[in-house]
Design a binder for this molecule. Structure first.
Ligand code: ADP
Ligand code: ADP
Length: 233
């Protein structure tokens, strides 16, 4: 369970203050798929990045399973971030490494497995995302959907409890988007991990989210189950 309490964040731009987050209050239940939707500039990506403290709020607290992430020291933050996977709009793959090596890279950074355990884990992740055949290919040889499957496998490498998705399907065509959303749904069900995604597309929220928060001008203007927020007459 994640709780955000009274988060505020402003940026200084050319001596001006830009409000990115304003008194954000959110509860994200464990095991669910939680969508944060809003237009460009609404504060989605700042909000997502406060969950792993890539962005530090000016005020407020980020509680993850009761632990105040804003109070952690560097070592505590490193441990926390290992329990949080992140998936990016533009995949962020390493161009000069194969699919398998891109996934292994996340395991190397964590430094917890020996070479043979890493190989076994990479094989397991490739099977999970359906890329066993592409293990030795390079990112440039893959379709967009396949690249995102690598991104998802890499994000899951260290068995995170939480997966953050930053516009994970926004660079994909509608058909590929459906397949990637289905993969996220399968992962949520099979691994039981919590997924928080940000998107500007209602269809993404409708397709896979349990709960949703609508953000506008840095404030949450509505939150609840997808049925309550979008589907009630
Ligand atoms: P979204 O993800 O919904 O597009 P962002 O969180 O990226 O929104 O941005 C929220 C607001 O904060 C916008 O006004 C944006 O211009 C501003 N902002 C975001 N990141 C920075 C930054 N690093 N420096 C200055 N302003 C920023
Ligand atoms: P640098 O240290 O110069 O940033 P890296 O080789 O660490 O370069 O990373 C290159 C790119 O791959 C970056 O865009 C980074 O965000 C991404 N990346 C590297 N490792 C991971 C990871 N474990 N999870 C997500 N993205 C990663």
């Amino acid at each position: 369970m994640i709780e955000l309490h009274h988060l505020n964040k402003t940026y200084q731009v050319d001596g001006r203050q830009v409000t990115a987050l304003q008194d954000i209050q959110l509860q994200i239940p464990a095991g669910q798929i939680f969508g944060i939707i809003g237009r460009s500039g609404a504060g989605k990506s700042t909000l997502l990045r406060t969950l792993n403290l890539l962005e530090r709020p000016d005020q407020g607290r980020v509680l993850i399973d009761g632990i105040d992430a804003t109070a952690l020291d560097q070592a505590g933050l490193r441990t926390l971030r290992q329990q949080i996977g992140m998936v990016f709009q533009h995949f962020n793959l390493l161009a000069h490494r194969t699919v398998a090596a891109n996934i292994r890279f996340a395991l190397e950074l964590a430094g917890e497995l020996d070479a043979s355990a890493m190989a076994a884990r990479v094989a397991e992740l490739l099977a999970l995302v359906g890329l066993t055949e592409q293990a030795q290919q390079y990112p440039a040889q893959l379709s967009g959907g396949q690249k995102q499957r690598v991104g998802i496998a890499r994000a899951l490498a260290n068995q995170p409890k939480l997966l953050l998705c930053d516009e994970a399907t926004s660079a994909l065509d509608p058909q590929t988007t459906q397949a990637i959303l289905q993969l996220l749904l399968d992962i949520n069900e099979r691994l039981g991990l919590t997924i928080v995604l940000i998107t500007h597309e209602m269809a993404v929220v409708r397709a896979i989210c349990d709960r949703v928060a609508v953000i506008d001008g840095g404030s949450i203007v509505e939150q609840g189950t997808v049925v309550d927020v979008f589907l009630h007459p």
